[in-house]
Design a binder for this molecule. Structure first.
Ligand SMILES: Cc1cc2nc3c(=O)[nH]c(=O)nc-3n(C[C@H](O)[C@H](O)[C@H](O)COP(=O)(O)OP(=O)(O)OC[C@H]3O[C@@H](n4cnc5c(N)ncnc54)[C@H](O)[C@@H]3O)c2cc1C
Length: 593
């Protein structure tokens, strides 16, 4: 009887979480195990775009672009609280150029393309052809078509109009917090499992080890305490850039040949810039351009005040957790931004923090630039594993849902089960859209209709905050920040409870202390870092201070999740992580250290 046996998903990044959800929607019991925290891998270190991938067209990846554009439309509808359309500009230096190189790339001659690539980038004709195809491949209503404009036209980013006389405008989408998106996928997976009456569990900071008899032992990494022993029906290795390491350590059959290498990662770095001038220069649009060496670079509005600049693309074979932006990459990205915006060129002092991650790209022996490696995803079954085991290779944030859908179609029948549900039309829990009952919609799995507007939810949350004892000004601030993070789940933060937090904001921020307990109870948050970096997103808040981090640690202690004697040490450890991992600098007005 495999029907009762769980499927173990290794890795709680966006892909592992999406697969767990898809399997749970078919009534499968799922156990998710991550050696760190939810969304603590590449998912958190990305450019945070939900996009078709304009440049993939040159590599003839039409199917990938079409799939990505369909997902872009779907995610804006079903997760609109986190995925928002963003208008983009593409600065262009001249009319001609780039056509020969694009044609060479299209037919697979990457080295020729590099030789022919123009130093002044793609011309307006080449860009127009690409964007026309992009428009044609897009699905969904309401996405504006591209336009070719003079760079001096009104309301465009204040780029160097001397260097770039033309600008193409087009639209894509931004997922500001993929960390929160991933958590919501798991929250939804838990609901789907509860509705199907099957067990569901997420274990973070845990390791799964296979036993000689095929059983899996899950144990805590923190204290090696056993969590449980399972007899899974299948294993999904969704550990991204760690996939080869995971297979080597987890599924090895004694005497079997070494596993075929799956991943050939490249590292990519981003700068988070605090510069009012650069932010103003963007005019609330994203800029997608070519750096001096022809590599693609994005300059994006990031939250209400910051700017995100990325990225690099450098082959990387070390432990993905150790990838850091180096000085050369920081200089390169600053130079790329300065080339576009000489009037608002950012300096090192403007870099609030940087981050770096490894793309889980397929290993390839083909010659070419890292940018030419496909961004497609695939599921590879391990021929040597004792248990039916599949590994995810490649993929993007954008295609996490379609990847999960195809994974369920591949895995469930292979272990004798049927695909009974789908996430195709299922909103995320915090969405402002709600599923319409399948019968009334006449659809196989229901489709989304907007039940509440964001403003309705802000009003309900403000009322809940007032009810919890906040004054009017703080209630309004708390509601706006909570809705930006939790969408329609925001009012639940103030649900009446015996252990409710005191009605106050985390020092210097607009988030209520009660958000800590909500993330602990509902979202598997266990440590100060989980809360600061991946649930409340304070790591990116310009006004983050040591006092705010101590508040979070103190609230964890009040909830009995941290010994009171460890509050100061836990806060200091988090500060150290922020400094080591992001080189986080702090606002001169905030107390620090
Ligand atoms: C620089 C950069 C920019 C990007 N920009 C974009 C973009 O703008 N848009 C887009 O669509 N995509 C983008 N991507 C791609 C996208 O971020 C990744 O493809 C995606 O996040 C991969 O998700 P994942 O779940 O497969 O892996 P991850 O998010 O890396 O998750 C893997 C998880 O596995 C865990 N793990 C590791 N070893 C084990 C083990 N042995 N057992 C259990 N758990 C383990 C890790 O802790 C981690 O949480 C970008 C990627 C990078 C690096």
């Amino acid at each position: 009887m495999t029907e009762d046996r769980p499927i173990v998903v290794l890795g709680a990044g966006i892909n592992g979480a999406a697969i767990a959800r898809e399997l749970a929607l078919s009534g499968a019991s799922v156990v998710v195990v991550d050696t760190a925290d939810i969304a603590s891998g590449s998912t958190a270190w990305s450019t945070r775009l939900i996009h078709g991938g304009l440049r993939y067209l040159e590599y003839g990846e039409f199917a990938l672009v079409r799939e990505s554009l369909a997902e872009r439309d779907r995610l804006v509808r079903l997760a609109g609280h986190l995925v928002r359309p963003l208008s983009f500009c593409l600065p262009i230096e001249r009319r001609l150029g780039g056509l020969r190189a694009a044609a060479a790339r299209f037919v697979g001659f990457e080295s020729l393309a590099r030789r022919w690539a123009s130093r002044t980038g793609r011309g307006s004709i080449a860009v127009s052809i690409g964007l026309t195809l992009y428009d044609l491949l897009a699905s969904g209503a309401g996405w504006p078509r591209h336009h070719m404009l003079s760079s001096r036209a009104a309301d465009l980013p204040a780029i160097d109009t001397g260097r770039f006389p033309f600008v193409a405008t087009y639209a894509d989408a931004q997922l500001l917090w993929p960390e929160r998106f991933t958590v919501e996928l798991l929250v939804d997976a838990r609901s789907a499992a509860a509705a199907a009456g099957v067990p569901f569990a997420v274990h973070t900071r845990a390791r799964a080890r296979v036993q000689p008899d095929g059983a899996i032992v899950v144990e805590s990494i923190v204290d090696r305490a056993p969590i449980g022993t399972l007899r899974p029906a299948a294993i999904v290795n969704a550990t991204g850039a760690w996939a080869d390491r995971t297979l080597a350590g987890f599924c090895d059959t004694p005497g079997a040949d070494a596993h075929q290498r799956l991943i050939g990662g490249t590292k990519g770095s981003h700068l988070v810039i605090r510069s009012a001038a650069l932010r103003r220069a963007l005019h609330e649009r994203g800029v997608y351009a070519e750096a001096g060496d022809g590599r693609p670079v994005f300059v994006l509005p990031f939250g209400p005040e910051l700017v995100l600049v990325g990225t690099t693309d450098i082959p990387f074979s070390g432990d993905p957790a150790s990838a850091r932006a180096d000085d050369a990459e920081i200089d390169y990205l600053l130079a790329a931004a300065a080339r576009l915006f000489p009037g608002a060129a950012p300096t090192r002092d403007d870099v609030q923090q940087h981050y770096c991650g490894v793309r889980p790209l397929p290993s390839t022996s083909r010659a070419g630039t890292p940018a030419s490696i496909t961004r497609r995803h695939m599921l590879v079954r391990d021929p040597q594993a004792r248990l039916p085991t599949w590994s995810v290779v490649g993929g993007k944030l954008t295609t996490c849902r379609s990847l999960a859908e195809s994974a369920a179609l591949q895995i469930l029948p292979a272990i004798g089960r049927t695909v009974r549900g789908s996430s195709r039309d299922r909103p995320l829990p915090g969405s402002f859209a709600v599923p319409v009952a399948a019968e009334s919609a006449g659809q196989p799995s229901g489709c989304a209709s907007h039940a509440a507007t964001m403003q309705d939810v802000v009003t309900t949350t403000t009322t809940a905050a007032l009810g919890a004892g906040f004054g009017e000004a703080d209630a309004a601030r708390a509601a706006a920040s909570l809705v930006a993070l939790f969408g329609s789940r925001a009012p639940d933060v103030f649900a009446a409870r015996a252990d409710a937090a005191p009605p106050r904001l985390i020092t210097g921020t607009s988030l209520p202390l009660a958000a800590v307990g909500f993330c602990v109870r509902e979202e598997w948050a266990a440590t100060v870092e989980d809360l600061v970096e991946r649930r409340l997103m304070l790591a990116f808040d310009p006004l983050l201070s040591a006092a705010a981090i101590r508040d979070v640690a103190g609230e964890l202690a009040r909830l009995g999740r941290l010994p009171a004697a460890d509050v100061v040490a836990a806060a200091e450890a988090c500060i150290l992580t922020l400094k080591n991992r992001y080189d986080r600098r702090f606002h001169p007005d905030t107390e620090w250290g």
